[in-house]
Design a protein around this ligand. Structure first.
Ligand SMILES: C[S@@+](CC[C@H](N)C(=O)[O-])C[C@H]1O[C@@H](n2cnc3c(N)ncnc32)[C@H](O)[C@@H]1O
Length: 239
């Protein structure tokens, strides 16, 4: 996959023999085979695009999405507060479109992610393949029944699913000492169930909400965006 960045438009494309028909003209994608990152590809109408190597946020913007993918501001909190590193092994559920798994997989040594919906599994696998990640494995299954069968141990467990509280009692059996459990929940009620399920076994438990406010630059009226957006509550706990 490559990112084609124009002045006003960008395209996320696979290097192939195909033509890409755009409102700015046709691009011959086979030309990408002879080019390098930083080179220019031009449509038949003369519009230039810089060829760029895609980074993880590009996958967030362009990959196929199902459900409610986690947004970068919340993923940032998880990365920062768990200190995830290249030695870490991660257990994730549910996969959804695989956005969180892709971000974590681009840092950690291994990510195993469970998704119960067969269609979502296919989509996530395609997205992960497009991201070029071989260390992210999508398993089709219900984490509530599968977690008791796992004999692997993980440094971090991330749960972004409605019934996370039902999985929490089993997390300590798959978490390495000092490992982190992170949950993501849109609602207060769900978050209270999660906190109750954590009981006394976890330490350093904290629930955070990350408020992201873009600054809008308008001549004479520069100010923070007035859009207030709630996404979810992130609960981070340590064994
Ligand atoms: C909010 S989405 C996850 C989004 C994902 N973290 C991302 O960033 O793309 C929740 C997903 O959890 C899946 N799910 C819900 N309960 C599950 C379970 N018990 N086991 C596995 N997957 C589950 C749903 O099918 C859905 O795809």
């Amino acid at each position: 996959m490559v990112l084609l960045k124009g002045k006003k438009r960008e395209f996320f494309v696979k290097v192939s023999e195909d033509e890409l028909h755009t409102d700015l003209g046709i691009l011959q994608l086979k030309e990408l085979r002879e080019k390098r990152f930083g080179d220019i590809i031009t449509t038949h109408l003369g519009h230039d695009f810089v060829i760029q190597k895609p980074k993880t946020p590009d996958f967030f913007r362009h990959c196929k999405r199902v459900g409610a993918p986690m947004v970068p501001k919340d993923i940032g909190i998880i990365i920062a507060y768990t200190g995830i590193s290249k030695e870490d092994e991660v257990l994730d559920a549910g996969t959804g479109s695989g956005i969180l798994a892709i971000y974590l997989g681009s840092i950690a040594s291994k990510v195993i992610t469970y998704e119960k919906n067969a269609e979502f599994v296919k989509i996530a696998r395609k997205n992960i393949e497009a991201a070029g990640l071989r260390n992210v494995e999508v398993r089709h299954g219900d984490i509530i029944s599968e977690i008791v069968r796992l004999d692997e141990k993980f440094d971090i467990v991330t749960l972004d699913m409605m019934d996370a509280a039902q999985v929490i009692p089993y997390v300590k059996n798959v978490l390495k000492p000092g490992g982190f459990l992170v949950t993501y929940s849109p609602f207060f009620e769900q978050t209270k169930d999660i906190r109750a399920a954590m009981g006394k076994e976890f330490s350093e438990v904290r629930t955070l909400e990350c408020m992201e406010r873009e600054i809008k630059f308008v001549r004479g009226r520069t100010r923070p965006s007035t859009r207030v957006v709630h996404t979810g509550f992130i609960t981070i706990a340590r064994l």
